[in-house]
Write a new protein. Structure first.
Length: 320
């Protein structure tokens, strides 16, 4: 059974505005929110993660027809760019601490102190998430007060941040620029783990600016923003064919980097062959909506029961 995240929103803020943003992110896929403006990317991820409490907002953000509210909140996890840790704890202890806080109200866990089987269940879930995020071998490493001195500012702590949210088994993972500050090797490692999370059945949506080619290969769907408009929303494999189609008219030179090309299109640096002044972002969105590359949002469907046994089985955690 599929439980995709349906998004169709219109946002108006003071400096950074989003206009008629429409896209759909589905289970089993990694969806990247891209664009030249960090403000637009962050505004959208903050709205989806219910982290934006200022400015005006019009539109709908739904999970299978369920609007933002208690059910939505219980099924969505948000991973900020920088997470808070407790120096002196090991990776395992930090994740166990997070698990005790996040899943204390789980339907399977009546108490975490008096029932030995409940404690064992938490430990099994922690071990499962550690393995999924590639942290098992370093689970006994201490979190240093100055992680940059131990080389931990990059991939390891970022994976721990993701693990601390996955432990609650959310249907949807929203990540704010998880590749920030990463070298190409670390970025690939993070995206590879997020791909594994998606293959478990989670919906993974993350913002990013200019990922390395190998990291970008882990992305399934792309939402490309430009001046607040959605100039592309569809499968990553259709990016080049859409912008280089006869209807749109751009040309990607042989040997060019696909990420650089689409960001140049979004920023207006790249111009179509037959139109000297180029297209406005609104015109590009209209061309997208008329094309076959657009994955249109559908805002109907059954809601998701928070933490229900059916959802856990669908996510692949029935054995935990």
């Amino acid at each position: 059974m599929l439980y995709p995240l349906f998004v169709a929103c219109v946002v108006q803020a003071d400096a950074e505005s989003l206009h008629r943003v429409n896209f759909r992110a589905t289970q089993g896929n990694v969806t990247a929110i891209m664009g030249p403006s960090v403000g637009e990317r962050r505004t959208l991820t903050d709205l989806m993660g219910e982290r934006r409490h200022y400015g005006s907002f019009e539109g709908q953000i739904k999970i299978n027809g369920g609007r933002q509210g208690s059910s939505y909140s219980e099924n969505v996890a948000f991973v900020p760019r920088r997470s808070l840790y407790m120096p002196g704890l090991t990776y395992y202890e930090m994740l166990m601490y997070s698990a005790r806080l996040r899943i204390a109200n789980d339907m399977f866990l009546i108490t975490l102190t008096s029932a030995p089987e409940a404690v064992a269940l938490v430990k099994r879930r922690v071990d499962d998430v550690l393995e999924m995020m590639g942290l098992t071998k370093i689970k006994n490493r201490l979190i240093d007060e100055r992680p940059q001195l131990r080389g931990e500012l990059g991939g390891d702590l970022r994976r721990l941040s993701i693990a601390m949210e996955i432990i609650a088994l959310p249907a949807v993972m929203i990540l704010d620029d998880p590749l920030f500050g990463m070298d190409p090797s670390e970025a690939y490692g993070i995206m590879n783990r997020l791909k594994q999370v998606a293959l478990r059945g989670h919906v993974v949506v993350c913002s990013m600016f200019k990922p390395a080619p190998r990291a970008f290969e882990m992305v399934d769907q792309v939402v490309l923003l430009s001046c607040g408009w959605t100039v592309f929303a569809g499968k990553r494999d259709n990016l080049k064919s859409h912008f280089c189609s006869k209807a749109v008219g751009y040309e990607m030179l042989k040997g060019s980097n696909l990420v650089d090309f689409v960001l140049d299109v979004a920023s207006g640096v790249e111009r179509p062959r037959s139109k000297r002044e180029g297209y406005s972002a609104e015109e590009l969105q209209e061309k997208l909506e008329q094309s076959g590359a657009f994955i249109a949002p559908v805002l109907t469907g059954p809601d998701v029961e928070a933490n229900g046994a059916e959802v856990l089985a669908w996510l692949g955690y029935a054995h935990v």
